[in-house]
Design a protein around this ligand. Structure first.
Ligand SMILES: O=C(COP(=O)(O)O)[C@@H](O)[C@H](O)[C@H](O)[C@H](O)COP(=O)(O)O
Ligand code: MN
Ligand code: MN
Length: 345
């Protein structure tokens, strides 16, 4: 799987990022999302594969394409048997977020990216569009920190594992009223907090890279983004845990239903019988082979954003593979027509 689609998925995220970046700073959140979805879908449908979207633009964004269950790839077309050897092809599951951080794009802020994760069928947790409490930390702290422990305890553990004082740790938290107590506790413990308005996938993955100056992600974000983050963290060996939030009393905004009971019923219908289960990266992305790809739309901690020049654009992507055990940063010049010059760096 890795060799066949590894390179192609770079183009999938690149095309989505370029399309969305054209709307950077225009204040048009939905349009920035829509064009990314369209570009991602169009490029995905040129890949020689049999893919199924398991995490897509679902209930939350009410988008018409790349919906959960959509079949993508040349080998899902009606004439597939004429163009593909269906016996040899493995079926793959895909989790996408074509524009992760739509607000960031719309308002020209850092940290947005086009992102996806791939595994063989059944290899990614088909998370409902609920919230998820998340804990991400560097590989050195993997399985030492635990989402069941207090933030203060976890910060002490990360500090011991990294051999640096708590004061030298930076924790990313989404800037939301629901995190008031969490933020106070982290500050009380001595660590510094980087508040972000959106884009917790980038924050989670950054924990796995020393030099990012991000040592933990704590707090509640969206569950689909949790699975995509887990796919990358599983490949990178970083720590990731997630627990679904289904009680509207904990998170009062958009993503979850009217009552705790109706949410539990909905989870049961989806086959999630233990709504309180704490998932680790290996459970959220359990496939034998997991691939992750992201391309910066606006500049971020890990990747630069899309830079347009006369006749082309330059992008920076990150492709991570559990099979080849690689994390590749890919710097690409795209020539739309005949550029007058190509910028070396
Ligand atoms: O920022 C985010 C929004 O993603 P998108 O809709 O693809 O632009 C995600 O990174 C977060 O996971 C976010 O926490 C989640 O969407 C919850 O948002 P909110 O209800 O505003 O707290
Ligand atoms: Mn998102
Ligand atoms: Mn999105």
């Amino acid at each position: 799987m890795d060799n066949v689609i590894g390179l192609e998925i770079i183009e999938v995220v690149e095309q989505a990022a370029i399309a969305s970046a054209r709307l950077m700073g225009k204040g048009e959140k939905d349009e920035a999302d829509r064009v990314a979805v369209e570009a991602m879908r169009e490029r995905m449908n040129k890949i020689h594969m049999r893919g199924r979207i398991v995490i897509g633009e679902g209930e939350r964004d009410d988008a018409p394409m790349l919906y959960i269950g959509e079949q993508v790839g040349i080998c899902t077309r009606e004439d597939a048997k004429d163009v593909c050897n269906l016996d040899e092809l493995i079926e793959i599951d895909i989790a996408v977020d074509p524009c992760e951080g739509t607000n960031l794009v719309a308002y020209g802020q850092n940290g947005s990216m086009a992102v996806l994760a791939i595994s063989e069928k059944g290899g990614l947790f088909a998370a409902p569009d609920f919230y998820m409490n998340k804990l991400a930390a560097p590989a050195a702290a993997k399985n030492h920190v635990d989402i069941r422990k207090t933030p203060t305890q976890n910060l002490k553990i990360i500090s011991d594992c990294l051999g640096r004082s708590i004061e030298d740790l930076v924790v990313v938290v989404m800037d939301r009223p629901r995190h008031k107590d969490l933020i106070n506790e982290i500050r009380q413990a001595g660590a510094r907090v980087r508040l972000i308005s959106d884009g917790d996938v980038s924050a989670a993955i950054s924990c796995a890279f020393s030099g990012s100056n991000i040592h933990a992600l704590m707090g509640i974000g969206a569950a689909p983004e949790g699975v995509i983050s887990a796919a990358a963290m599983r490949c990178l060996g970083g720590h990731f845990q997630g627990q679904l939030i289904y009680d509207p009393a904990v998170v009062k905004t958009g993503l979850i239903g009217e009552s705790k009971e109706s949410n539990i019923a909905r989870l049961n219908e989806m086959g999630i019988t233990d709504p309180d289960k704490i998932y680790n990266a290996e459970e959220l992305a359990s496939g034998e082979t997991v691939l992750f790809a992201a391309c910066g739309i606006t500049p971020g901690t890990l990747m630069d954003g899309v830079r347009f020049f006369g006749g082309g654009a330059r992008t920076e992507s990150l492709v991570i593979s559990s099979q080849s055990k690689t994390a590749r940063f890919v710097d690409t010049i795209h020539m739309f027509d005949q550029p007058k010059s190509l910028q070396l760096n």
